[in-house]
Ligand binder design. Structure first.
Ligand code: ADP
Ligand code: MG
Length: 337
């Protein structure tokens, strides 16, 4: 007889979790993405010990029925894509169907969800079902992750200070708030509110919530369109500068992404306006046919590959530069192309 056998699900999920669940912030990210995908207008995140003890995410989205509530913890279980065609036209933040399975395999999860017709309560521990029964009928989902990494002590050991871990989650929630100004986000830690946005839909109000009113007043809107892409957002006046690129928030079809070349292009748009070593504050929303974007690069879904990159870079550069130039009304000599 051969020596190979298929791993059981909790074990394979635990391995997958190594990539998806790096730290408490990864859990916050996956849970809030699910809340956004569920059409929520209100998402509340409550943390204890920077998320290491407890991460609770409450939303008022579509919720799940009793069967889905259980199935959601199976690996490769998703309501978001159905076939290969969909994979190339992703319009949701999630699509891999593995976040809940991975998270559940390295923590204790309590899920309360309702689609308005049925209410369901599910409890999991280390990827194994503990309880599944009828629950409250409040529409939406309330999910709590306790004792993250309780069964992966090596991972737990590598957590940085609580302040550092909390900092990552604050940063993340700021980006969600900027990307979805129409959703009210609340983040609290040990009962203390850290961020609370109104959900009014105005990015400038969110900018004020995060960076303060005086900065928000010094941000100018921009809007540009090319054949394949549209870019919109806000860019700081040259009098506002920062030491690093952390204040350049890039979103592609609503997803916060990290993209070195785009951040560089944003910086270049400020050429002669800013000292070379200083960086602006920018919120850049890029919209284009999902077919042009590939987020299936890494399980954390923060890297992205883009088609027609040259067209996009020119659009970003020219749109932001034009907005800054007209705001400061300074004649600038352009390099001939
Ligand atoms: P994915 O988001 O990639 O589909 P997840 O493991 O994150 O995979 O979630 C599995 C499924 O569970 C989702 O496709 C969705 O149908 C359901 N789900 C998870 N969280 C929520 C939520 N907050 N509200 C409604 N449905 C949810
Ligand atoms: Mg998801």
């Amino acid at each position: 007889m051969g020596k190979i056998h298929l791993m059981d699900e909790p074990l394979s999920n635990k391995i997958a979790a190594g990539e998806v669940v790096e730290r408490p912030t990864s859990v916050v990210k996956e849970l809030v993405e699910n809340a956004v995908d569920a059409g929520s207008t209100m998402v509340e995140v409550l943390l204890k010990e920077a998320g290491l003890t407890t991460i609770q995410v409450v939303d008022n989205g579509n919720g799940m029925d009793a069967d889905d509530a259980l199935l959601s913890f199976s690996r490769h279980a998703t309501s978001k894509i159905a076939n290969e065609h969909d994979l190339f036209r992703i319009r949701t933040l999630g699509f891999r169907g593995e976040a809940l399975a991975s998270i559940a395999s390295v923590s204790k999860v309590t899920l309360q969800t309702s689609d308005g017709e049925t209410g369901t309560f599910v409890q999991m521990e280390g990827g194994r079902l503990v309880e599944h029964r009828a629950g409250s009928l409040r529409k939406g989902t309330d999910i709590t992750i306790d004792q993250l990494f309780f069964n992966t002590p090596a991972r737990l050991k590598y957590m940085k200070t609580l302040q550092t871990e909390l900092g990552h989650s604050i940063d993340l929630m700021n980006r969600f708030a900027l990307s979805y100004p129409q959703i009210s986000f609340k983040l609290s830690h040990e009962g203390k509110t850290i961020l609370h946005t109104s959900g009014s839909g105005e990015i400038q109000r969110v900018l004020a919530d995060i960076y303060g009113v005086s900065i928000a007043k010094k941000m100018v809107p921009f809007d540009g369109q090319s054949h394949d892409y549209r870019v919109t957002g806000f860019a700081s006046l040259p009098e506002i500068t920062r030491a690093n690129k952390n204040y350049i928030s890039l979103f592609v079809n609503g997803r916060w992404v990290k993209h070195y070349a785009i951040a560089n292009t944003v910086h270049k748009a400020y050429h002669t306006f800013l000292p070379l070593e200083r960086q602006p504050i920018v919120v850049l929303n890029i919209e284009g046919d999902p077919y042009l974007t590939d987020v299936n690069v890494h399980p954390a879904k923060q890297q992205i590959r883009l088609s027609k990159e040259k067209e996009l870079m020119e659009l970003i550069h020219d749109t932001i530069r034009r907005a800054i130039r007209s705001a400061v009304r300074a004649p600038v000599i352009e390099k001939p192309k």
